[in-house]
Design a protein around this ligand. Structure first.
Ligand code: ZN
Length: 330
């Protein structure tokens, strides 16, 4: 190649690079301005609170002419069509239940839920989860990723199936997800609590749970009017309370303001009773359970480690149960 040809070659390469950099900076500005994008850049992290760092934009002044470098790492967006049917139902129910979820992302580790400036939470790993047999403490069995928290089908009323060992749909939770949704300290949770009422009794719940309870309240006020005996089961004994689960080290869902306890003297917790199963798991008034489930709450009476006084706001599980019921009814 002659000297003039070499100069022409370098001139066009330089021009091309300038145009590429200009278009990259423009696209980055659009991404930053658009809420709810799903192709957020990220690096692997172990928790929801590790916010995905921005991809470092190339600095024109430091880029050498005719030099090459690694392409910026950009996370894959999620192709929902490539996922299995159950994962698609899970993701649809999560997104319809929690508007805090702004997008989905995948990387070599797994599939993630993006929660805006609250970071990201693991939905599920691509690699099979490690066996839960042997060497694991109870916290690891019950504190799981979001996919595992939704894996056991929750039975909607009027279903009251047996609850042998291992059947406790909804008792496994993703604590990373709960912290991202509601906060990880008493002060953070407190900030978004709202006053609520149930059959004339005040309590405090996290905002979405409090709003959902209003629908339950309307139904139960009418139910008590028609059947005053229900009132004995509806004595308010706790909404938000920063505490651990009785007999365990993990936080109670009450600490996140998403759970309600009613009439503990009538409706026991498994650790306080010798009965397995407890007869109330089958005879507890269906009108009460149904009124809660309709609003997105699950009932602890449907767990092997039963908690008959306990209702918990888990709209994604109720959504999935409805979707599966609809599928099998066809
Ligand atoms: Zn409870």
């Amino acid at each position: 190649m002659t000297r003039i040809a070499k100069q022409f070659f370098c001139f066009f390469v330089y021009l091309g690079l300038l145009l590429a950099i200009a278009s990259y900076v423009h696209a980055a500005a659009e991404d930053a301005a658009s809420p709810g994008f799903v192709s957020a850049p990220a690096t692997p992290s172990s928790g929801h609170d590790s916010a995905a760092p921005d991809v470092a934009a190339p600095v024109p002044g430091k880029r050498e002419l005719c030099a090459s470098g690694p392409a910026p790492k950009v996370e894959d967006s999620v192709d929902l069509g490539s996922l299995d049917a159950e994962t698609r139902v899970d993701l649809q129910c999560l997104r319809s239940s929690y508007p805090q979820i702004t997008g989905l992302a995948s990387d070599a580790e797994g599939l993630w839920l993006l929660l805006g400036d609250r970071g990201r939470v693991l939905y599920g790993r691509y690699a099979p989860a490690k066996s839960i047999a042997g060497g694991q403490n109870m916290a690891e069995v019950w504190d799981v990723d979001v996919r595992t928290s939704m894996a056991d089908p929750y039975p909607l009323e009027p279903e009251r199936p047996d609850t042998p060992y291992g059947v406790s749909p909804g008792r496994k939770r993703s604590y990373d997800f709960l912290v991202a949704l509601y906060g990880g300290t008493p002060a953070q949770v407190n900030k978004q609590l709202v006053p609520a009422r149930l059959v004339g009794q005040p309590l405090r719940l996290s905002s979405p749970a409090g709003m959902a309870l209003a629908a339950t309240d309307v139904v139960l006020v009418e139910a008590v009017r028609n059947d005053p005996q229900l009132r004995a089961f509806l004595k308010m004994e706790g909404g938000f309370m920063w505490r651990r689960i009785a007999g365990e080290s993990r936080l109670s869902p009450h600490a996140f303001g998403i759970a309600i306890d009613l009439s503990s003297r009538l409706a026991p917790y498994w650790r306080w009773s010798k009965l397995r199963p407890h007869p109330l798991q089958f005879s507890y008034p269906p009108a009460i359970v149904d009124a809660f489930e309709q609003a997105g709450f699950i009932w602890g009476g449907k767990w092997h480690e039963y908690d008959i006084m306990h209702f918990e706001y888990r709209p994604e599980l109720v959504c999935k149960a409805r979707a599966l019921r609809h599928k099998f009814a066809r």
